[in-house]
Structures are given as structure tokens and as C-alpha cells.
Design a protein. Sequence first.
Length: 467
Amino acid sequence: MSRRTLAAVIIGAWIVSLGWLVKREVFPPTGARLAEAALRVPPGAVYYRLAVARTLRFERLEAKFDGDVGRFAVRGLASGDTVFALSLESATDSETTRMSLVRPLVLPTILPLRLAFGGELKPGKVYTSAVFDPMLLAQRPVDVTVAAESTLVVPDSAGFDSTTMAWVAVHFDTVRAFRIEERSGGSPTTAWIDAQGHVVRAANAAGFTMDRTAFELAYVNFRHRDTVRVARASANPGPGEVVATTALVAHAPPPTGRDTLSLLRVRLSGAAPGGPDFATGRQRLAGDTLVVRRQAGTDLVAGYQLPARERRLAPFLAPEPWIESDDARIQAQARLIVGREGNPARAARLIHDWVATHVEARVAAGAAGAVHVLETRSGDCNERTVLYVALARAAGLPARAVAGLLYRGGRFYYHAWPEVYLGDWVAVDPALDQFPADAAHVRFVVGGLARQAVLVRLIGSLKLEVL
């Protein structure tokens, strides 16, 4: 082999190696980019453990919710694209259920990655998907619109300030990010994500905001905050502020006949909610004023006989997590309470009276399902709600759990109660022995009690002034 041939071979090998290196560094495969993105996820209050396939479909899930109004954990395992097995655990109860899927599961936290690595980050692009929310235990449709690209300034590092005895930002960085407008069920969210799918900033109409920052600013300062001052402020809220616990936990005085309201007018400020869950039925929103009226007991005419058979009411007759209406013990108790009663209004009253008199008011250590509450015969508003809804559904009476605020003694407390369908959705409250429930019940969310997470985001940023 001549020197010229050997030199050509060496140069050719060097060019091939250089090309391979450029391809690996500049044009990495999707899997490598996802792995690098995963290493940059900052610490937060919600953690997921995901097994992501090449098509960005997860196989298993672990999530925890820890708030003032409840604590529970969710573990899930997907079987292909058709079945998702869920295991719910709390301090007092556990349950396993299976969900039928109509499409592959996508988590809310993986959606920005799909946009970034799917080539969807183009201004004006509209993206439609369905995400599985582990806190709501349900899939929900999401419409995403990609707006203009922006440059944001975020803290890059922090230093300790001996004067304020806290960490402060000392260096900043500029990040190119795309603004995306996300809409799900009428609730808009605005977020800025970078080219790697990382959230730089996010905010929603409920007043919830998230900003990328240095670790010491986000975590260390939070751990060393004045917890005594925060606890004192939570225990003694000002006028119009919301108490983040139930009235039973807060040792509020028991209601009297004078506390029963037929009409409640409230002016909202701060992160006021919206959508059909908030402004339909017994409560109407006009501008910033919410009007809640108590439904008259004489108007409860359902227009059907038990069991209800309308297809549109089928979701409110089926079992769901914590509401085990198909359990033999729940069904047997429902038959004992309702008997042969075919009138929905009278059956609703029978179930209400039984739960109100047979379930002792007691603070629960954690979330519990209807079967557990039936066995222990004790609980707060959450426990009485799931038991009532399960018994009603077992009797063929459409029912659903709702959550919101209870106005009592000049303050608003977290509260949950059932609604039954009697020609219209009617609020009842076995925890306070009210049938129908009075106007002091301000509904915020409809659905399983896992939707408390939605309400928690509002507490602290919403103010209500009684007119």
C-alpha cells in the first residue's frame, strides 16, 4: 500500500468519525434528547415515576396528593391501550379498580415533551390531545395553541444574604421559550416552554403560577419560611378569606336554625373560578357577584321512576374510585333503606336521613371509600358524601359528589356534599342534616373527591365578600 493510499484511508476514517460525532452531538435521536431532558427536571411538590416507551406512552404511574383537605396515593399499571388498573391508598382505606381506555394515556407533565419532540412548537400550531390527570383519576381533552416565541429572564444561581437571612438571586439567564395556551373544560392555562419541553413559566385562571428558579430560592427558602406566622394566618383568616379545612376540623360552632340560608349573595375577587361546574343550577354568576339559592323541597319532581334508565344519566349510576356502588354490602344496605320505594325524591330523602343519623361526625385520618365508611359508621363531610352517593347509585338513583365552600359564622370552610338528579341536580347534605342543602353551600367542582385538588389551587387566592 502506497503512502498516498494510506493517507487517503486515514483522512476518510477521520471524516467518517467526525461526521458521526457531529450527528451524535447536533442531531441526537429522540430517546437521547428525552433522557437528557429528564435529567434537568427541577424538584417540585408533585412527583411521578414513569416508564416511557418510544412512542411516549407510559406503562406505570405513582402519584401522591397531600393537602389540608385530604391525602391519598395512586398507583397505576397500563395493559396495552385498553385497560388501566388503579390502586388508591390512604391512611384508612385502599381500593383497586380498572378503567377502560379509549385512547393511549398521556400525563399532563409529558405533554410539553410531546410538543417539543414532536415538532409541534411552531407559532400558530393547534394541537389536540387527551391527558390522564392522576389527581382527578380521569382522562380529559386538551386543546393547545402555540403562540409567539419569547425571551424570558430566570434566576440561574443564588447566594445567601446575611442581612435578610435568606437566599437571593445573584445571576440570571435568558431562555427562549414558546407561549402555549392550553384549554381543558373551559379552564385556560398559559405556559412558556423551551425547546426541550421544560416549563419556564405557567399560570392559570385560578391564580396558580409556577416559575423556573434556582434550587435555593424554590426549596431552601421555602423550608426555612416563618411557619409560625403562616400557621397563625391560616388559623385566623381575615374577612372574606377561606379556611382550608372543614368546619369540623376547625372546631367551628355547630349550625343552628338561624344559620339556614335561603339566599346568599357573594362578591368574588382574586382567582375566581368559572365554567359549568361553578355557574349552573342553584348558583348563578353575574359579573363578579355570585347568587346561590336554596332549592324548594316542594319542587322536587323527578319525572321518572327508580331505577333511572336514561342513557345520559348512566355515568351517575356507575361505580368509581371510592364510590363502590356495585359492592354487595352497599347494595344490600341500599335495599334495606329504600325498600320498594320507586319515587326518586322520597328515596333520596330516605338515604339522606339514614346517613345523617347512622354516620357519626368524626375527623378521618385520610380519604376513605364508601364500603369503609359503611363499616366504621363515622367520618367527616367527605366520608358521608361518598357513602350517600354509593347508596343512591346502588338504588338506581343518579347521584354525584361535589365540593366547594360552606359559609358559617362569617367564614368560608372547605366542604363536600352530594347532589341527586330529581329533574335537576339538587344539593343535599347529610353531614348537616339538610334536605335540600341551604344556600350556604357554594359549589366549585363536580366529580369524584379527588377533584379536591382543583379546589385547593383556589384556596388562598380567592376572596369572597358577603353582600
